[in-house]
Design a binder for this molecule. Sequence first.
Ligand code: ADP
Ligand code: ADP
Ligand code: ZN
Length: 223
Amino acid sequence: MNIILFGPPGAGKGTQADILQKQHSLCKLSTGDMLRAAVTSGSPLGAQVKDIMAKGQLVPDSIMIDLIRGRIQQPDCHPGFILDGFPRTVAQAEALDAMLTSEKKKLDYVIELQVDDAELVRRIAGRFSCAKCGAGYHDQSKQPRQPGVCDACGSREFTRREDDKAETVSKRLEAYHRQTAPLLPYYRTQGILKSVDGMADIDAVTRQIDQVLRVRTKVAENS
Ligand code: ADP
Ligand code: ADP
Ligand code: ZN
């Protein structure tokens, strides 16, 4: 099963992708995480994208497509993949369709997390993550169970994203509405768009997504 988690910055895509990855044994392709890892490692790719990301701008399509294709071909992605943060423009969506066709794969669902801008700003302002394993947290809505200790790996070091500061966030939200939201009609026309209420709490959003995926599983069983 191949799905896209779709929505504006801060909608909860990464949070839900982590949960789905574990529950359904799918591989997770979070393009923001992949690019940040490249920047941290100081690789040639990282050097190319560092300044672009710090400004909240989009990395060129050709770089993105090569990055995704390379991952999709890996064995851990054979059972299926979850895309988070890609595609972000109609051009990227078209390039993705062409690439998947050449790999003999297709998308099953595009799941849109609907969240209003005021809540996105609140979510991004409170976002932090484990410096060691990347597990995501929030100052108000998702604190580690034991204060100051990562639930997933026990590390005591946390970080906040460089591009989560207020000036960059408004730019990223503007870019979402201008460049990325036009993908909704693109996927609606293909009949694979499913929208869920992303304003609900984390568990309730997961249940809504499961509902969408369960329908798919039932259809597959009956056919
Ligand atoms: P995205 O990957 O779409 O940018 P994240 O998954 O990083 O979004 O979530 C943004 C922030 O909001 C994180 O701090 C996360 O812990 C928190 N968060 C995610 N989902 C919810 C939710 N349903 N309700 C409240 N906070 C949430
Ligand atoms: P968020 O989770 O807040 O939506 P991401 O972590 O997905 O943000 O992305 C962070 C940054 O990485 C983006 O602002 C952009 O610079 C770059 N990036 C991520 N995905 C893409 C993409 N599909 N195309 C171009 N740039 C991207
Ligand atoms: Zn951790």
